[in-house]
Design a protein around this ligand. Structure first.
Ligand code: 13P
Length: 252
């Protein structure tokens, strides 16, 4: 028996207008009302955060954002701060997603600043790591993850990271339909947990939730969740339809 509460999270990426997001959130809430033994989060685009959080008040679904900027306020055209996210009802924030790293020049250093800022505002960071196909093929998976974890969590103390969630998202599995096998996911999750144990301590490592992301579907969630170190899913495409995502949330 795992002692960590599963977290099923939907990353809506750049999909859904405000009205579509509200509609999807309402339908999802109806489908998962009975769920108590797991946490549910959805991360709509910034433009829908407030409206979605209003319709999800008093439900069992929490809201996350897909990014955060580290300054509190200022002349940073186009950026969104932690206090703004909190004011829109956010509880979680996805940080360092591979799409941010790949298309928007996110680095381990900026990821580290964003995690700091999230924690300052009481947001739960969902810190994403993962190797590319080329890195996996050249046997660099563990060294890449080691570097991402060490740099992303640089200068934090044990106490800072009590709420932190890590999401392992192999880049080659995102949006490709190619899911990591449950054995591949387990191997990496156990490695990440061992890194946390070495860098911080065994207690933090045993309590930290490590999610798997990359082509999660209703058909593969149960198998992934049966692995001892897989504590949930960060779901892209399959989180966009309430019927599909609710099946993932209610896996058994
Ligand atoms: P897919 O589930 O569409 O592969 O996306 C995964 C992901 O990037 C979640 O953050």
């Amino acid at each position: 028996m795992k002692n960590r509460k599963p977290l099923l999270a939907g990353n809506w990426k750049m999909y859904k207008t405000c009205a579509e997001a509200v509609d999807t959130a309402k339908k999802l809430a109806e489908l998962v009302t009975k769920v108590q033994d797991r946490d549910i989060m959805i991360a709509p685009p910034f433009t829908a955060l407030f409206a979605v959080s209003e319709v999800l008040k008093n439900t069992n679904i929490s809201i996350g954002s897909q990014n955060i900027f580290w300054e509190k306020e200022g002349a940073y055209t186009g950026e969104v701060s932690g206090q703004m996210l909190v004011s829109c009802g956010c509880k979680y924030v996805i940080i360092g997603h591979s799409e941010r790293r790949q298309y928007f020049h996110e680095t381990d250093e900026t990821v580290n600043k964003r995690i700091k800022s999230a924690l300052l505002y009481g947001l739960i960071p969902v810190f994403c790591v993962g190797e590319t196909e080329k890195e996996r093929e050249s046997n660099e998976t563990f060294s890449v993850l080691d570097k991402q974890v060490q740099n992303g969590l640089k200068d934090f103390t044990l106490n800072d990271l009590k709420t932190l969630v890590i999401a392992y998202e192999p880049v080659w599995a995102i949006g490709t339909g190619k899911t990591a096998t449950s054995a591949q996911a387990q191997e990496v999750h156990a490695f990440i947990r061992s890194l946390i144990e070495k860098k911080f301590d065994a207690d933090l490592a045993s309590k930290m939730r490590i999610l798997y992301g990359g082509s999660v579907k209703p058909e593969n969630i149960s198998e992934l969740m049966s692995m001892p170190d897989v504590d949930g899913g960060l779901v892209g495409g399959a989180s966009l339809k309430p019927e599909t995502f609710s099946k993932i949330v209610t896996y058994n």
